[in-house]
Ligand binder design. Structure first.
Ligand code: SF4
Ligand code: SF4
Length: 487
């Protein structure tokens, strides 16, 4: 059944601008053939599909015994192949508004450090989703080479939700086609409580031994608080640390010891990072966040610290806000910045800047910075600088930074993905920024940033820099109470 429509009538019916209808027709989203008198001919099924999408009852209906059925459409060799373009009910097609409001201005592509690699272009991805080219998008590696850094969204004049689309594409890929290391991390975490499958007994022994060494070296009386019921704060762990660099755990422990904090680590399901957000597995993401709530309830804690990784904080808070909003009244989530500043303001710790005489800079993490600003209403920019500068005498900012910061190149799971060359290429801007700043000590609040800067960009671009976590810097600048009291 074929009907003739006028663009302005259809626009009025669906409550959109007539240009929107023309865009749909031109793109093939609404298959139609131009007819006489500025009218278009559309199939009833396409019209019905449009009504279903907008939740509307069709204004017109096919007549049961319509004898005028199926006049042949005028042949138009240049018409878009609507079958190939797919239906606009396809899963990746989120809302017509996305492609309608996108100006194709290219600002996103201009800002994206990986744009052009393997023909990646955010504009193209938006158009392809709009055109229903789901299969092509799901098969492409673009969403996995994208680090979900959000730089494109910051510059977009129309506030197009590009990351939402990237996440949707990741989430719809078959699980056996997700980059293997990421998928393995998710599955292992679900099965064993941490991404690397570290057995409970090994974890406990390691924590105890590290605690004993710390007590002997610098924190007399220190005992690693494992499963302490009633401790104020639950502290999660990034499995990379006990696995590859266990001593790095003790930077925080020194600070807790100095501040007299009441804290604990759970012996089970202690993983802090949430790779469900990388793989697009929302069910896994939810489960991992729920486990943190379970640990908090089991140990009767009232606060949560997710140290060591910007995405641990972002992913967990995102999950809690979406699936467990009531939990946000149950306990307080600290970022590393909130907690360290609280200690300083309450004079629970004292810092000396003189132990660091190198020129220091702070590397903004996309997750703690612009993504937290956009998603939670606050990005941690000034707090990070205030803490860093409390521990050093010479400081320089990178240009640009804060909300306009460039990603290091290892976010969004890129450190664990197979696209190593793209990761390094992505990081070239950050490497140039650091080099031009003259900084020799780079402070960061994210494990992925630290790995990328220290182990990859440092070597690839001959940066000759040292990289430290913010809490390592703070722990090294701690002044003992008796020293702090001296005039
Ligand atoms: S910056 Fe925004 S409006 Fe411009 S092309 Fe990219 S998504 Fe479209
Ligand atoms: S999120 Fe970052 S990497 Fe991904 S398209 Fe946007 S700017 Fe490029």
């Amino acid at each position: 059944m074929i009907y003739e429509i006028k663009v302005n009538e259809l626009a009025e019916e669906f409550g959109v601008h007539r240009n929107t209808i023309r865009n749909w027709i031109n793109s093939g989203a609404l298959p139609a053939q131009e007819g006489p008198g500025r009218r278009y001919q559309i199939q009833w099924e396409d019209y019905k599909r449009l009504c279903d999408k907008f939740g509307r009852e069709p204004r017109i209906a096919p007549e049961p015994n319509n004898k005028t059925e199926a006049p042949s459409l005028p042949k138009n060799e240049s018409a878009l192949p609507s079958v190939r373009l797919g239906l606009k009910t396809n899963p990746l097609y989120s809302q017509p508004a996305m492609a309608d409001i996108c100006l194709t201005c290219g600002s996103c592509a201009g800002a994206c450090p990986i744009s052009g690699v393997d023909d990646l272009d955010p504009r193209k991805i938006i158009r392809m989703a709009f055109l229903g080219l789901d299969e092509e998008l799901l098969a492409s590696d673009w969403p996995w080479k994208c680090t979900m850094c959000g730089k494109c969204e910051v510059v977009c004049p129309m506030n197009v939700e590009i990351l939402q689309l990237m996440r949707r594409i990741r989430s719809r890929r078959d699980r056996d086609k997700v980059p293997a290391a990421i998928q393995k991390g998710v599955v292992t975490c679900l099965e064993k409580g941490n991404n690397l499958g570290i057995p409970k007994d090994d974890f406990i022994i390691l924590l105890k031994e590290l605690g004993e060494e710390l007590a002997e070296s610098s924190c007399p009386g220190f005992v690693t608080p494992i499963d302490v019921r009633g401790a104020r704060m639950l502290v999660t762990v990034n499995s990379k640390q006990p696995f590859a660099e266990p001593e790095s755990l003790t930077w925080w422990w020194k600070i807790f010891h100095a501040a007299g904090e009441s804290w604990t680590i759970s012996s089970e399901n202690w993983e802090g990072v949430n790779w469900g957000i990388y793989s697009g597995d929302y069910s896994a993401m939810r489960t991992m966040a729920e486990r943190i709530i379970d640990n908090i309830e089991r140990l009767n804690c009232t606060a949560l610290l997710l140290p060591e990784c910007g995405h641990a904080y972002y992913a967990t808070r995102y999950a809690l806000e979406h699936w467990f909003p009531e939990s946000l009244n149950q306990f307080k989530i600290y970022t590393v910045f909130d907690l360290l500043l609280e200690y300083l303001q309450e004079k629970r710790i004292t810092l000396s800047p003189v132990v660091h005489n190198k020129l220091v800079t702070f590397n903004d993490s996309c997750n703690y910075g612009r993504k937290s600003l956009k998603t939670f209403g606050h990005g941690y920019f000034e707090e990070a600088r205030s803490l860093t500068q409390a521990c050093c005498t010479k400081y320089v900012d990178l240009i640009p930074d804060r909300e306009e910061n460039y990603c290091c190149g290892a976010g969004g799971g890129a450190w664990a993905s197979p696209f190593g060359a793209e990761r390094v290429f992505h990081g070239r801007i950050k490497a140039r920024q650091i080099s031009e700043s003259g900084a020799k000590l780079v402070i960061t609040s994210c494990q992925n940033c630290k790995d990328q800067l220290e182990k990859s960009l440092n070597r690839e671009f001959n940066l000759n820099i040292e990289v430290q976590f913010l809490w390592e810097l703070v722990a090294k600048a701690l002044v003992k109470p008796e020293e702090a009291r001296q005039p």
